[in-house]
Design a protein around this ligand. Sequence first.
Ligand code: FMN
Length: 126
Amino acid sequence: MAERYSKIESRATDGSLKIEAGRFLRAPVVVGVVSRALPHPKIPEFEQLLSAAAAAMNILHAATALGFAAVWVTEWYAYDVEIAQALRLAEHEKMIGFIYIGTRTVPNDERPRPVIEDIVVDWTRS
Ligand SMILES: Cc1cc2nc3c(=O)[nH]c(=O)nc-3n(C[C@H](O)[C@H](O)[C@H](O)COP(=O)(O)O)c2cc1C
């Protein structure tokens, strides 16, 4: 990761390279979720892509149900072609994200949440 980062980021410093080298060491388990969507006579590729995202969400739920902390991130390396090759993705495969799983050591950061009435619409047939 650090090797690739040093090639694409001319402003890389010893500090940032150290962070890149440690990316996958931030949790004891990191699951890369890959979409293998391909043209199909019945299943739109978009839906295949959504299925991979649903699988990622299920992994988050399963890890949480088992008492672990789990975080889904993409960050730059989910979109980098050479990292994808290093992880042996085929050309049509897409990295949906990485799920970091471990034992919680710090409380979750909270952030502002939307007002539910602003984003949910009740619809009734008239
Ligand atoms: C597809 C996807 C990609 C994400 N990529 C990043 C990322 O690159 N960097 C990051 O800090 N968080 C990333 N996150 C985490 C979100 O920013 C957010 O923290 C997480 O979804 C938890 O949401 P919540 O605070 O509403 O529970 C990603 C989440 C998802 C679902």
